[in-house]
Design a protein around this ligand. Structure first.
Ligand code: 26V
Length: 839
């Protein structure tokens, strides 16, 4: 054969993405060489991580394309999940277990290591990944758990958000104080994302509006914007557990358009032009840490929200028109979930796109809009409710302000019709708060523009209906429902706790991984001593690993046989970490008063970030560390108590810590924690909970049985009543000598001898208002902790309680939560993706 005339067809390697150990080894070396431009002798651990990551990603791509093609071509109904935060956690380990190739890749790396000794261990490779910390806490992590479940349940879904260049800050501890460090997660690139510049969209800002009549004589409004920004999508596949479904997470990055400031461009304005370019690109630079003290109207934050919402809606409309039909069927093919009010401006934006750009009549556009959106509320705290000033809206989004006024005008007419002569109700329900400076109430916009509204735990939904959205619940009772949160058992049990997961699978098979209710079968093992012994040994060995880590990190030696008592969550006063501290001080004082006292040895572990600028939360971190210094170094304590604050709480950290817990601290003031999800993750790993009547604690207790849960403190009704009376913290101070002692010590500088006044602001807070009623719940808490200490002395019974917690935690899988959303809100059905080869 003459090669010049008939070039050979390059044979396609049919094992290019094979799963055998040999193929994986070849692929890792190929990726190292051809993608990274490195060969083994000079490759760094980072290079190897990326080579492995690309090798795994290669094995996802077919599934990903199959999935997108199936959704678009088969005209299925799709959920679009709009969230300003996604707290994903490391991808590599998760993709390995979802693809079912964890062992094979581990073996490939291990075998390669015998040829190339500089390859890190498999475990080290997993550790290298810098997690995308694109969220503050619960809300962002929930979005990530829900994506995992959507893919695992084969639900057609796409998630939209923001590709922050800097995610949530990294936390260091210096001299007991938190120090914030910029999170440079993209420093070495992100092998999991693929940029799609061809799908860019443009977003407009500012300017003014002009009315005009179109060729049919219809009144229209044109928005003459002042500025434009480009949104570039970066896509990441989210694979289901052992499924062919790989949904897409599409995150938007802002870039300057080539010609900026088109309406005012003049030769002399070059520097303004440059400044505008910088401003445009700043839009997606940084994730705002929640301002946990009050809602602070940062204009850039509103710009971020509008930016990602506008990009996402334009994308959805483009896909709909290309693959699915005309706009009058948009709500049949897509349902859009608003993860809190951060994306609620989508309601005005969809109206703008339908009415101004696609020229639908207002009534039809409103009909489509209100059949498209559903809204989840995640907080009742008044300071968490978003409201944006009219002035800001006027300058940034003048057209949207008009649209909101129009929505409000029509809405208030409806209210007036239903409730004649009730001016107070009109004022309360208005989308505009007119009590002082005028604001837009985003929760009202979301409620009026959505067909469904839900809270995230039974109590939270009740309170939502009785308090924050009471008028809306009266007017539209059919819109409201509860969807108790859930967490993914893949990441938070199978992946994070392989030893326990193995033991469970040995006994009941692997079905629990996709159907968490199967764990109930473990109940029949609680009376088998050999099983209980294995359970206990596993917990002990995980505690030993954490003890080892803590010794390396902090130089603190802890006793793995002590009770590991853990509080890991954002540091906020309503979560009451300082109540936990009061307990520690009380135990310490009991030892000091009677050094030979027989107490259950405990290790108190804390982890959590405080919002920069939230002084009281920062001071609580300092207090924990100051108490740790005293307790850990007092010879009288004889190592019976240890206190450790672990820095930089994130998903990776959480996965390490949950499995080691004996006791999970869920001690928020009743009525304040919407749901909590850490409570579920701890229980899923066999920790017992000490908790208040708050959020999902109530349902967890119901599920695991009240004998297997340490409940204490005021109920929400009692809190309400106490707040209505003239509560006086001093009364409780005088009532309890242990409490008085602890408070006095903090107050006179026992834990801060160099600066006795250091904790004065914290004490002033407690003794003047005590907003979160620590002094009231203190007595109940101490009494309950004594019961915990007693219970831990009977390790056999403790183990039974631990097993029962796991056996009965099935309800708190995010699979259950997503099934409820699908059946009761979204009305979407699973779609099987058939494997197909694109090459
Ligand atoms: C909270 C706060 C609290 C005080 C003042 C200002 C402020 C601003 C923002 C936020 C965060 C609200 C959204 C959020 O993350 N909520 C959390 O959502 C989780 C998932 O549903 C839920 O488990 C947590 O209980 C809830 O706090």
């Amino acid at each position: 054969m003459n090669k010049n005339i008939n070039p050979p067809i390059i044979p396609m390697e049919d094992n290019r993405t094979g799963l055998s150990v040999e193929t994986l080894k070849r692929a890792i070396l190929d990726n190292l060489f051809y993608v990274q431009g490195k060969f083994p002798a000079i490759a760094t651990p980072q290079d190897y991580y990326r080579a492995v990551a690309y090798t795994v990603r290669d094995r996802l791509l077919q599934h990903w394309f199959n999935t997108s093609e199936t959704y678009l071509k088969e005209n299925v109904r799709i959920v679009a999940y709009l969230s300003s935060e996604f707290l994903l956690g490391p991808h590599l380990s998760n993709n390995l277990i979802n693809l079912g190739i964890n062992e094979a890749v581990c073996q490939a790396v291990t075998e390669l290591k015998s040829d190339f000794p500089n390859i890190p261990d498999f475990a080290e490779i997993l550790e290298i990944e810098e997690e995308p910390g694109l969220g503050n806490g619960g809300l962002g992590r929930l979005a990530a758990c829900y994506m995992d479940s959507l893919a695992t349940l084969e639900i057609p879904a796409i998630s939209y958000g923001i590709r922050y260049e800097f995610g949530i800050f990294d936390q260091e501890i210096e001299n007991g104080w938190q120090k914030e460090i910029t999170d440079k997660w993209l420093k070495f690139g992100n092998p999991w994302e693929i940029v799609r510049p061809e799908a860019e969209v443009k977003v407009k800002w500012g300017g003014h509006t002009e009315p005009y009549f179109d060729e049919n004589g219809r009144y229209q409004v044109k928005w003459i914007a002042h500025k434009e920004v480009k949104g570039i999508p970066y896509d990441t596949p989210i694979l289901g557990y052992k499924k062919y479904t790989a949904n897409t997470l599409r995150l938007w990055k802002a870039e300057a358009v080539e010609c900026l400031n088109f309406s005012i461009f003049k030769a002399g304005d070059y520097f303004d032009e440059v400044q505008d370019k910088v401003d445009s690109e700043n839009l997606t630079k940084i994730l705002y840490p929640n301002d946990d003290t009050c809602f602070t109207p940062q204009p850039l934050r509103l710009e971020q929200q509008y930016f990602f919402v506008s990009c996402s809606l334009q994308d959805i409309i483009r896909l709909h028109l290309k693959y699915k039909g005309s706009l009058d069927t948009l709500h049949e093919k897509f349902t859009l979930q608003l993860n809190d009010t951060h994306p609620a401006i989508a309601i005005a934006e969809l109206m703008h796109l339908l009415v101004d750009e696609h020229h639908l009549e207002w009534e039809q556009a409103w009909d489509i809009t209100t059949k498209t959106f559903a809204y989840t509320n995640h907080s009742l705290l008044p300071e968490a409710l978003e409201r944006w000033s009219i002035r800001l809206f006027q300058s940034l989004l003048p057209r949207h302000l008009q649209i909101i006024y129009e929505i409000n005008y029509r809405f208030l007419q409806e209210v007036a019709l239903k409730y004649p002569d009730d001016r107070d109700r009109l004022r309360r329900m208005s989308l505009i708060d007119e009590t002082g400076d005028r604001y837009i109430r985003m929760a009202h916009l979301a409620s009026v523009g959505s067909y469904a509204i839900n809270g995230v735990a039974a109590l939270h939904t009740e309170l939502l209906k009785e308090e924050v959205l009471q008028d809306f619940a009266q007017m539209y009772p059919e819109k409201f429902s509860n969807k108790t949160n859930g967490v993914t058992p893949r990441r938070f049990l199978l992946l994070s706790n392989p030893k326990l997961a193995d033991l469970i699978s040995q006994k009941i098979g692997e079905d629990w991984i996709n159907n968490l209710e199967e764990l109930r079968q473990l109940e029949s093992f609680v009376d088998r001593p050999d099983f209980c012994q294995k359970w206990r040994n596993i917990k002990l060995s995980i505690k030993q690993e954490l003890a080892h880590y803590i010794e390396q990190e902090k130089g603190i030696k802890i006793d793995p046989y002590s009770l590991f008592d853990i509080q890991a969550k954002r540091i906020h006063e309503y979560k009451r970490p300082h109540l936990n501290v009061l307990h520690i001080i009380t135990l310490y004082n009991k030892i000091k008063a009677n050094p030979d006292i027989d107490i259950t040895p405990r290790t108190f572990i804390f982890g959590g970030k405080a919002t920069p600028g939230y002084f009281m939360a920062q001071l609580i971190i300092k207090l924990i560390n100051s108490v740790a210094d005293v307790v850990n170094n007092d010879p009288d304590v004889r190592d019976r108590l240890k206190v450790v604050f672990l820095k930089d709480y994130n998903v990776k950290f959480a996965q390490r810590v949950y499995p080691a817990a004996d006791l999970s601290e869920q001690i928020s003031l009743a009525g304040r924690e919407a749901s909590g999800t850490g409570n579920m993750k701890f229980a899923m790993n066999g920790a017992l909970t000490i908790g208040t009547f708050d959020g999902a604690n109530i349902e967890i207790r119901e599920a695991v049985g009240c004998d297997n849960f340490f409940l204490f403190g005021l109920t929400e009704e009692e809190v309400y009543a106490l707040k209505a009376s003239d509560y006086n913290p001093w009364y409780y101070y005088h009532q309890n000598s242990y409490l008085r002692h602890a408070i006095d010590q903090i107050g006179y500088g026992f834990f801060s001898p160099q600066d006795p006044e250091l904790f004065r602001p914290l004490l002033d807070n407690l003794m003047t208002s005590d907003e979160y009623l620590l002094l009231v719940d203190y007595g109940f808490y101490i009494e309950c902790q004594e019961r915990v200490s007693q219970a831990y002395r009977d390790l056999e019974n403790w183990t039974k309680m631990s097993i029962l917690n796991v056996a009965r935690i099935g309800k708190f899988s995010s699979d259950r939560a997503i099934r409820e959303y699908c059946q009761e809100i979204w009305h979407v059905e699973p779609v099987t993706v058939e494997p197909k080869n694109y090459l």
